[in-house]
Design a protein around this ligand. Structure first.
Ligand SMILES: *Cc1c(COP(=O)(O)O)cnc(C)c1O
Length: 358
């Protein structure tokens, strides 16, 4: 059927809208979006207040102070950092810059769905390789590269699995990939799990790898929309062309900068989140669940089948607790629970004591 009026380009007309979490009624608890259970650093909140009356002006298009703070804390070159309105903006720009119709983007079976959406936006194919035990299989990724593959997209630690592979495995994957293939390592949850001795940022020196981070999770700034990445210089130049010139608001830059400089607060959030996560996971284990070990601020909960997951979801919703269904990630038998307030986690665990079959 021809539609009346203007027609979008074919790849947009044929794609589905991005599957956000269901809206959460005001008096429910949302554990569906991996938001931090903690407010941002008080220093970030003060920084926002202090700059609020400068909002008549456009923000710094070069994110100067923010990049300097990131460079200082992470010991990386500020000139190689780009900031985005969330790391989603950077993922979208990277895929637009390096893939188009006829090209392919390769991901992992239970990888981040936005990479698929961003590929569809440009008319590129998005292919996934299977995971084993909810874990990324780097050999399978390397083996699935074809002449059409332009980008390999890897999320580590993974969302929604929560599992991790070692940085050494990522370095080995890079060595297995053709030099012309761009490797994107999305580390949205890295702050929850940064004990790995292999410096992942060094991979960027290979000139064909990008490492992405975000302020949305451990720093509790999902609402401010700030992500960043370390890019080889040539790739940064091209990706910059695709970002909105004033993409991160002044208030958001000020908040992210102050949050980055308050590492002690972020460490506290990460430690407390991990304690709650381990307590929650051990309650589930006692009830008979086998959850993959999480290195993030959420837990993936596998049920015996999709209908058991649906029944549990309905029971939780009856009590105003909203988790995230995982059918879109090829895991219809799973629910994903973001780590929230300790009392809410205990309520979730209490409603799941009948185990994975109930
Ligand atoms: C939350 C998340 C992001 C971050 O998105 P923002 O746009 O920075 O809020 C990126 N990748 C993964 C895997 C995530 O879970």
């Amino acid at each position: 059927m021809t539609r009346p009026g203007p027609c979008p380009v074919p790849q947009i007309a044929s794609m589905a809208a991005y599957a956000l979490a269901d809206p959460c009624p005001d008096d429910w608890v949302s554990l569906a979006q991996n938001e931090s259970a903690f407010a941002p650093s008080p220093a970030a909140v003060s920084a926002a207040r202090a700059i609020a009356d400068e909002t008549a002006l456009y923000p710094d298009p070069d994110w100067t102070a923010l990049r300097a703070a990131i460079a200082q804390v992470h010991g990386v070159a500020g000139a190689h950092i780009l900031c985005g309105a969330g790391s989603m903006e950077l993922i979208g720009a990277l895929i637009r810059a390096f893939a188009g119709p006829g090209d392919a983007v390769l991901g992992s079976a239970h990888g981040y769905l936005f990479a698929q959406t961003a590929s569809q936006q440009v008319g590129a194919a998005y292919h996934c390789v299977p995971e084993y035990n909810y874990s990324v299989d780097t050999d399978a990724l390397a083996a699935a590269v074809t002449p059409q593959t332009r980008i390999v997209f890897l999320c580590n630690p993974g969302n929604p699995t929560g599992t991790r592979i070692s940085n050494g495995q990522i370095v080995a994957l890079r060595a297995q990939l053709p030099e012309t293939v761009l490797l994107v390592v999305d580390q949205a949850y890295a702050e929850f799990d940064d004990q790995d001795p292999t410096a992942i940022f060094d991979l960027v020196d290979s000139l064909n790898t990008v490492v992405l981070r975000t302020f949305s999770k451990a720093y509790g700034l999902a609402g401010a929309r700030v992500g960043w990445g370390l890019f080889p210089a040539a790739i940064a130049r091209d990706v910059r062309k695709l970002l909105n010139p004033n993409n991160v608001s002044g208030i958001s830059q000020a908040m992210a900068c102050a949050a980055m400089l308050d590492q002690a607060y972020m460490r506290h959030v990460v430690t407390e989140t991990a304690k709650r996560r381990m307590d929650f996971a051990s309650q589930l284990e006692i009830s008979g669940f086998t959850c993959p070990e999480s290195h993030t601020n959420f837990v993936l909960i596998p049920f015996s089948d999709a209908s058991a997951a649906d029944r549990a979801d309905a029971r939780l919703r009856d009590h105003g607790l909203l988790l995230r269904g995982m059918a879109g990630y090829g895991l219809p038998h799973c629910l994903r629970a973001t780590i929230g307030q300790a009392g809410d986690m205990n309520r979730v665990a209490g409603l799941l004591t009948k185990g994975p079959d109930a």
